[in-house]
Design a protein around this ligand. Structure first.
Ligand SMILES: O=C(O)CCC(=O)C(=O)O
Length: 299
Protein backbone atom coordinates (compact mmCIF):
# COMPACT_ATOMS: atom_id res chain seq x y z
CA UNK A 1 0.00 0.00 0.00
CA UNK A 2 1.31 3.46 -0.84
CA UNK A 3 1.02 6.06 1.89
CA UNK A 4 -1.00 8.81 0.28
CA UNK A 5 -1.97 10.35 3.60
CA UNK A 6 0.40 11.51 6.30
CA UNK A 7 0.02 10.20 9.84
CA UNK A 8 -1.33 13.56 10.93
CA UNK A 9 -4.03 13.40 8.22
CA UNK A 10 -5.07 9.92 9.39
CA UNK A 11 -5.08 11.12 13.00
CA UNK A 12 -7.15 14.16 11.97
CA UNK A 13 -9.73 11.85 10.36
CA UNK A 14 -9.92 9.69 13.50
CA UNK A 15 -10.29 12.71 15.74
CA UNK A 16 -12.71 14.72 13.60
CA UNK A 17 -14.56 12.18 11.44
CA UNK A 18 -13.65 13.82 8.14
CA UNK A 19 -10.62 14.77 6.08
CA UNK A 20 -10.19 17.19 3.18
CA UNK A 21 -7.42 16.27 0.72
CA UNK A 22 -6.91 18.92 -1.93
CA UNK A 23 -6.31 17.83 -5.54
CA UNK A 24 -6.25 14.12 -4.75
CA UNK A 25 -7.67 13.41 -8.20
CA UNK A 26 -5.77 14.43 -11.32
CA UNK A 27 -7.04 17.67 -12.93
CA UNK A 28 -7.27 16.08 -16.40
CA UNK A 29 -9.48 13.27 -15.10
CA UNK A 30 -11.70 15.77 -13.30
CA UNK A 31 -12.04 17.83 -16.51
CA UNK A 32 -13.07 14.70 -18.44
CA UNK A 33 -15.59 13.85 -15.72
CA UNK A 34 -17.09 17.35 -15.98
CA UNK A 35 -17.44 16.93 -19.75
CA UNK A 36 -19.29 13.63 -19.25
CA UNK A 37 -21.59 15.26 -16.69
CA UNK A 38 -22.25 18.16 -19.10
CA UNK A 39 -23.23 15.70 -21.79
CA UNK A 40 -25.49 13.70 -19.44
CA UNK A 41 -27.10 16.92 -18.19
CA UNK A 42 -27.84 18.12 -21.71
CA UNK A 43 -29.48 14.84 -22.70
CA UNK A 44 -33.22 15.14 -23.44
CA UNK A 45 -33.69 11.90 -21.49
CA UNK A 46 -32.01 13.26 -18.35
CA UNK A 47 -34.91 12.13 -16.16
CA UNK A 48 -34.10 8.51 -17.03
CA UNK A 49 -30.67 8.71 -15.43
CA UNK A 50 -31.20 11.40 -12.84
CA UNK A 51 -33.52 12.73 -10.18
CA UNK A 52 -34.52 16.27 -11.11
CA UNK A 53 -34.95 19.34 -8.93
CA UNK A 54 -38.62 19.78 -7.97
CA UNK A 55 -40.22 22.27 -10.36
CA UNK A 56 -37.32 22.13 -12.85
CA UNK A 57 -37.80 19.26 -15.31
CA UNK A 58 -34.45 19.81 -16.98
CA UNK A 59 -32.27 20.37 -13.91
CA UNK A 60 -30.83 17.25 -12.31
CA UNK A 61 -29.91 17.09 -8.64
CA UNK A 62 -28.65 13.50 -8.60
CA UNK A 63 -27.24 11.30 -11.36
CA UNK A 64 -27.80 7.72 -10.38
CA UNK A 65 -25.01 5.15 -10.27
CA UNK A 66 -22.42 7.13 -12.29
CA UNK A 67 -19.89 4.27 -12.20
CA UNK A 68 -22.23 2.25 -14.38
CA UNK A 69 -22.88 5.15 -16.80
CA UNK A 70 -19.36 6.02 -17.89
CA UNK A 71 -15.91 4.52 -17.52
CA UNK A 72 -14.51 7.83 -16.30
CA UNK A 73 -16.48 7.35 -13.05
CA UNK A 74 -15.72 3.63 -12.82
CA UNK A 75 -12.05 4.63 -13.11
CA UNK A 76 -12.28 7.42 -10.53
CA UNK A 77 -13.89 5.04 -8.03
CA UNK A 78 -10.84 2.78 -8.46
CA UNK A 79 -8.26 5.57 -8.69
CA UNK A 80 -5.14 4.22 -6.90
CA UNK A 81 -4.67 7.47 -4.97
CA UNK A 82 -8.27 7.37 -3.72
CA UNK A 83 -8.11 3.68 -2.84
CA UNK A 84 -4.75 3.94 -1.09
CA UNK A 85 -6.02 6.85 1.00
CA UNK A 86 -9.22 4.91 1.74
CA UNK A 87 -7.14 1.89 2.81
CA UNK A 88 -5.34 4.07 5.34
CA UNK A 89 -8.72 5.02 6.85
CA UNK A 90 -10.66 1.73 6.82
CA UNK A 91 -8.12 -1.01 6.05
CA UNK A 92 -6.72 -2.78 3.00
CA UNK A 93 -9.77 -4.83 1.99
CA UNK A 94 -12.29 -2.47 0.43
CA UNK A 95 -15.68 -2.87 -1.23
CA UNK A 96 -17.22 -0.11 -3.35
CA UNK A 97 -20.74 -0.05 -1.87
CA UNK A 98 -22.35 2.36 -4.36
CA UNK A 99 -21.75 5.61 -6.20
CA UNK A 100 -23.78 8.74 -6.83
CA UNK A 101 -23.22 12.16 -8.35
CA UNK A 102 -24.83 15.15 -6.69
CA UNK A 103 -25.37 18.14 -8.92
CA UNK A 104 -26.15 21.48 -7.34
CA UNK A 105 -27.30 23.70 -10.19
CA UNK A 106 -26.62 27.44 -9.83
CA UNK A 107 -29.30 29.31 -7.82
CA UNK A 108 -31.31 26.09 -7.43
CA UNK A 109 -29.33 23.23 -5.88
CA UNK A 110 -31.29 21.53 -3.10
CA UNK A 111 -30.38 21.63 0.57
CA UNK A 112 -28.98 18.43 2.08
CA UNK A 113 -30.00 18.43 5.73
CA UNK A 114 -27.85 17.22 8.62
CA UNK A 115 -27.57 13.45 8.65
CA UNK A 116 -25.25 10.51 9.25
CA UNK A 117 -24.78 8.04 6.38
CA UNK A 118 -24.80 5.10 8.80
CA UNK A 119 -28.42 5.92 9.67
CA UNK A 120 -29.31 5.01 6.07
CA UNK A 121 -26.97 2.03 5.83
CA UNK A 122 -26.28 0.34 9.17
CA UNK A 123 -23.56 -2.31 8.89
CA UNK A 124 -21.94 -4.84 11.21
CA UNK A 125 -19.13 -2.35 11.84
CA UNK A 126 -18.52 1.35 11.20
CA UNK A 127 -15.52 1.05 8.88
CA UNK A 128 -17.30 2.73 6.01
CA UNK A 129 -16.22 5.95 4.33
CA UNK A 130 -17.85 8.15 1.70
CA UNK A 131 -15.42 10.01 -0.54
CA UNK A 132 -16.78 13.23 -2.05
CA UNK A 133 -14.72 14.24 -5.07
CA UNK A 134 -15.44 17.81 -6.13
CA UNK A 135 -15.73 18.26 -9.88
CA UNK A 136 -15.98 22.04 -9.48
CA UNK A 137 -14.23 24.39 -7.08
CA UNK A 138 -16.41 24.21 -3.96
CA UNK A 139 -16.87 27.07 -1.51
CA UNK A 140 -19.52 28.00 1.03
CA UNK A 141 -21.22 30.11 -1.68
CA UNK A 142 -21.82 27.17 -4.03
CA UNK A 143 -22.58 24.73 -1.22
CA UNK A 144 -19.48 22.87 -0.21
CA UNK A 145 -19.98 20.04 2.24
CA UNK A 146 -20.31 21.07 5.92
CA UNK A 147 -19.29 18.66 8.69
CA UNK A 148 -19.74 18.82 12.46
CA UNK A 149 -16.22 17.96 13.61
CA UNK A 150 -16.09 15.16 16.18
CA UNK A 151 -19.78 14.27 15.79
CA UNK A 152 -18.83 10.71 14.74
CA UNK A 153 -17.89 10.07 18.39
CA UNK A 154 -21.50 10.57 19.53
CA UNK A 155 -22.75 7.28 18.06
CA UNK A 156 -25.88 7.00 15.99
CA UNK A 157 -28.32 9.90 16.42
CA UNK A 158 -32.06 9.81 15.97
CA UNK A 159 -33.24 10.42 12.39
CA UNK A 160 -36.87 9.74 13.34
CA UNK A 161 -39.69 12.07 12.31
CA UNK A 162 -43.17 11.24 13.59
CA UNK A 163 -42.09 7.74 14.64
CA UNK A 164 -40.52 6.87 11.26
CA UNK A 165 -37.13 7.26 9.64
CA UNK A 166 -37.04 10.80 8.25
CA UNK A 167 -33.51 10.84 6.86
CA UNK A 168 -32.31 13.83 8.92
CA UNK A 169 -31.07 14.33 12.45
CA UNK A 170 -34.06 15.05 14.62
CA UNK A 171 -32.41 17.41 17.08
CA UNK A 172 -29.25 19.27 16.18
CA UNK A 173 -28.59 19.81 19.90
CA UNK A 174 -27.50 16.16 19.93
CA UNK A 175 -24.68 16.93 17.52
CA UNK A 176 -23.41 20.16 18.92
CA UNK A 177 -23.86 21.79 15.51
CA UNK A 178 -22.70 25.35 16.04
CA UNK A 179 -20.11 27.75 14.71
CA UNK A 180 -17.40 26.21 16.89
CA UNK A 181 -17.78 22.69 15.45
CA UNK A 182 -19.05 23.12 11.90
CA UNK A 183 -16.36 23.10 9.23
CA UNK A 184 -16.92 24.21 5.65
CA UNK A 185 -15.05 21.67 3.53
CA UNK A 186 -13.99 24.02 0.76
CA UNK A 187 -11.53 22.98 -1.93
CA UNK A 188 -10.63 23.25 -5.60
CA UNK A 189 -11.89 20.75 -8.17
CA UNK A 190 -10.20 17.41 -7.60
CA UNK A 191 -10.37 17.74 -3.82
CA UNK A 192 -11.58 14.64 -1.96
CA UNK A 193 -13.51 14.91 1.30
CA UNK A 194 -13.58 11.65 3.25
CA UNK A 195 -16.45 11.34 5.73
CA UNK A 196 -16.87 8.80 8.52
CA UNK A 197 -20.33 7.17 8.38
CA UNK A 198 -21.25 8.58 11.80
CA UNK A 199 -20.07 12.13 11.05
CA UNK A 200 -23.00 14.56 10.85
CA UNK A 201 -22.86 16.50 7.58
CA UNK A 202 -25.02 18.73 5.40
CA UNK A 203 -24.89 21.27 2.61
CA UNK A 204 -26.90 24.39 1.90
CA UNK A 205 -28.90 25.53 -1.12
CA UNK A 206 -26.64 26.71 -3.92
CA UNK A 207 -27.32 30.45 -4.05
CA UNK A 208 -24.33 31.20 -6.29
CA UNK A 209 -24.20 31.38 -10.09
CA UNK A 210 -21.83 28.38 -10.25
CA UNK A 211 -22.45 24.65 -10.39
CA UNK A 212 -21.26 22.50 -7.52
CA UNK A 213 -20.99 18.91 -8.74
CA UNK A 214 -19.59 16.12 -6.63
CA UNK A 215 -18.92 12.47 -7.47
CA UNK A 216 -19.36 10.22 -4.42
CA UNK A 217 -18.01 6.69 -4.35
CA UNK A 218 -18.92 5.10 -0.99
CA UNK A 219 -16.67 2.38 0.38
CA UNK A 220 -16.74 -0.10 3.24
CA UNK A 221 -14.29 -2.52 4.77
CA UNK A 222 -14.83 -5.89 3.11
CA UNK A 223 -15.78 -7.38 6.50
CA UNK A 224 -18.57 -4.81 7.07
CA UNK A 225 -21.89 -6.28 5.98
CA UNK A 226 -25.27 -4.53 5.79
CA UNK A 227 -27.63 -5.28 8.67
CA UNK A 228 -30.59 -3.67 6.93
CA UNK A 229 -31.83 -4.88 3.56
CA UNK A 230 -34.83 -2.65 2.99
CA UNK A 231 -35.16 -1.55 -0.65
CA UNK A 232 -33.08 1.66 -0.58
CA UNK A 233 -30.14 -0.27 0.89
CA UNK A 234 -30.59 -3.65 -0.80
CA UNK A 235 -30.49 -2.03 -4.24
CA UNK A 236 -26.81 -1.37 -3.81
CA UNK A 237 -25.81 -4.91 -3.03
CA UNK A 238 -25.90 -6.56 -6.47
CA UNK A 239 -23.33 -4.06 -7.76
CA UNK A 240 -21.17 -3.84 -4.61
CA UNK A 241 -17.67 -4.71 -5.73
CA UNK A 242 -14.32 -5.57 -4.13
CA UNK A 243 -11.94 -2.84 -5.37
CA UNK A 244 -8.87 -3.32 -3.15
CA UNK A 245 -7.36 -6.22 -1.20
CA UNK A 246 -9.10 -9.50 -0.50
CA UNK A 247 -12.71 -10.53 0.03
CA UNK A 248 -13.77 -11.16 3.64
CA UNK A 249 -14.17 -14.64 5.03
CA UNK A 250 -15.67 -13.31 8.24
CA UNK A 251 -18.01 -10.51 9.24
CA UNK A 252 -16.61 -8.19 11.89
CA UNK A 253 -19.23 -6.96 14.35
CA UNK A 254 -19.07 -3.93 16.64
CA UNK A 255 -21.24 -4.09 19.71
CA UNK A 256 -24.15 -1.71 19.98
CA UNK A 257 -27.74 -1.10 19.09
CA UNK A 258 -28.45 0.46 15.71
CA UNK A 259 -31.75 2.05 14.80
CA UNK A 260 -33.04 0.70 11.47
CA UNK A 261 -34.06 3.18 8.72
CA UNK A 262 -37.73 2.18 8.66
CA UNK A 263 -39.50 4.92 6.75
CA UNK A 264 -43.27 5.39 6.55
CA UNK A 265 -42.99 4.64 2.83
CA UNK A 266 -40.02 3.67 0.70
CA UNK A 267 -38.04 6.43 -0.96
CA UNK A 268 -35.77 6.91 -3.94
CA UNK A 269 -33.31 9.36 -2.46
CA UNK A 270 -32.09 11.28 0.54
CA UNK A 271 -33.68 14.42 -0.91
CA UNK A 272 -37.13 12.84 -1.09
CA UNK A 273 -37.14 11.45 2.41
CA UNK A 274 -35.70 14.63 3.95
CA UNK A 275 -38.34 16.73 2.16
CA UNK A 276 -41.10 14.23 3.00
CA UNK A 277 -41.88 14.34 -0.71
CA UNK A 278 -42.08 10.54 -0.89
CA UNK A 279 -45.41 10.76 0.93
CA UNK A 280 -48.82 11.94 -0.16
CA UNK A 281 -50.60 14.14 2.40
CA UNK A 282 -52.35 10.95 3.54
CA UNK A 283 -49.00 9.41 4.39
CA UNK A 284 -49.02 6.92 1.51
CA UNK A 285 -46.17 6.25 -0.86
CA UNK A 286 -46.21 8.47 -3.92
CA UNK A 287 -42.79 7.77 -5.36
CA UNK A 288 -43.63 4.66 -7.31
CA UNK A 289 -40.58 3.10 -5.75
CA UNK A 290 -38.57 1.00 -8.17
CA UNK A 291 -39.62 3.35 -10.94
CA UNK A 292 -35.91 3.74 -11.60
CA UNK A 293 -33.72 0.90 -12.71
CA UNK A 294 -32.58 -1.47 -10.00
CA UNK A 295 -29.13 0.08 -9.97
CA UNK A 296 -30.43 3.56 -9.33
CA UNK A 297 -31.74 3.75 -5.82
CA UNK A 298 -29.30 4.86 -3.23
CA UNK A 299 -29.68 7.40 -0.51
O1 LIG B 1 -24.08 16.78 -2.03
C1 LIG B 1 -23.87 17.14 -0.88
O2 LIG B 1 -23.56 18.28 -0.61
C2 LIG B 1 -23.99 16.19 0.30
C3 LIG B 1 -24.18 14.81 -0.10
C4 LIG B 1 -24.59 13.88 0.98
O3 LIG B 1 -24.39 14.09 2.14
C5 LIG B 1 -25.25 12.66 0.58
O4 LIG B 1 -25.67 12.52 -0.59
O5 LIG B 1 -25.38 11.77 1.47
Amino acid sequence: MGNVLTKSQVDFYKENGFLVVEKLVNAGVVAQARAVVDSLLSSPSISEVAEVEPGYDAKARRIWAPTSRDKIFAGMAEDPQVLDATAQLIGEDIVLQYSKLNVKPPEVGSVVEWHQDFAYYPHTNTDLVACLIYLDDATRENSCLRVAAGSHRRGILSHEVGGHFGGKITSLDQVGVDDSTVVDCEGPAGTAVFIHPLAAHSSEKNTSDRYRRVFIPAYRAADAFPIYYGPHAAHNEPTAKLVHGKPARMARCEGGVWQLPLAAAEFNSLYQIQEGSHLESDGKNKTGYFAHEAESATA
